[in-house]
Design a binder for this molecule. Structure first.
Ligand code: SF4
Length: 292
């Protein structure tokens, strides 16, 4: 059996170089988090906007940003005031006909009603996550967050709503990318993340493993697993923790957007791969030299 591919001993330095050279000014405006930058100074608006944007984070980033902007437009720019803190008929009217991929307006209205219920009890998504984190680590935090968003299983949620919020504890097949991304936005303080949750340590974060991040993580040898599930999330995060124990998901944005932007062609291309700083670690170049 072939030995598992692993990064070179120089990988931490290569990854730091990738980060230092990365054109954040190009990629931040293309990311779903771009639509949240105006909420930095308002914790509740950031939390509400963040969970809507993260829930819509399916498909290409242009469509996600467009759908979030459309939701914001329907709420006259204030999701808390005009979607969360209003009666159900008003919510449904505002999102009637809204659609992003298979996500419908009635599901967005129900999410708003769940947020209303959480706030009405004096709670927050931060509180729900932090309580679960204290009891059961990061997966426990996501499980409690998922439960708050799903609400009681009493048949009142629209069709397809509850599956929008998977938990790693009851669905080990899911990488829970969107909720994990939401938590990264809320906790990390370095832009583009918003840093509005103060009760969750940055060191506790796990990587939001989307298809781009998974591709590069696998090909750099951060995991040998071929399936994108919760165990893979833990394994990739552990590999990145060895690079930065205090901020294990620091490199998530860069790894993800290296794929989204086309900086990495995902195949051997000497013109692009030649100057790539992580080429020594890349599976596609194992045993090969540029020009060989
Ligand atoms: S060497 Fe090429 S394929 Fe490998 S990570 Fe870099 S750009 Fe992507």
């Amino acid at each position: 059996m072939a030995a598992a591919h692993r990064p070179t001993p120089g990988f931490p330095e290569h990854l730091r170089a990738l980060y230092e050279r990365f054109p954040f000014e190009r990629s931040i405006p293309e990311d779903p988090v771009a639509g949240l930058q105006g909420f930095r100074s308002d914790r509740r608006a950031a939390e509400v906007g963040g969970i809507f944007a993260a829930t819509l984070a399916i498909g290409n980033t242009t469509a996600i940003r467009g759908s979030f902007a459309e939701l914001l437009r329907r709420a006259d720019g204030d999701l808390v005031r005009h979607l969360v803190d209003v009666p159900t008929p008003e919510r449904l009217r505002r999102v009637a006909g809204f659609r992003h991929r298979w996500i419908r307006g009635d599901q967005m209205a129900h999410l708003a009603s769940r947020l209303h219920a959480v706030h009405a009890k004096g709670g927050s998504l931060e509180r729900a996550f932090a309580d679960g984190l204290a009891d059961g680590g990061f997966a426990g935090g996501l499980d409690r967050l998922s439960a708050a968003l799903r609400g009681p299983d009493d048949g009142t949620a629209p069709a397809g709503y509850r599956v929008l919020f998977p938990s790693p504890l009851d669905d080990a097949g899911s990488a829970c990318k969107r909720l994990t991304l939401f938590v990264r936005w809320m906790v990390r303080t370095e832009p583009p993340d918003l840093g509005v949750w103060s009760s969750v340590p940055i060191s506790a974060l796990r990587i939001p493993l989307d298809q781009h991040t998974f591709w590069i993580a696998y090909n750099l040898g951060l995991t040998a697993r071929k399936t994108r599930n919760w165990r893979t999330v833990e394994e990739v995060t552990e590999a990145l923790r060895a690079v930065d124990v205090h901020d294990p998901v620091k490199y998530d944005f860069v790894l993800c957007h290296t794929g989204i932007s086309g900086d990495c062609p995902k195949h051997r291309d000497i013109a692009v791969c030649g100057p790539c700083v992580v080429r020594p670690d890349c599976r596609l170049w194992r045993g090969r030299r540029v020009g060989a």
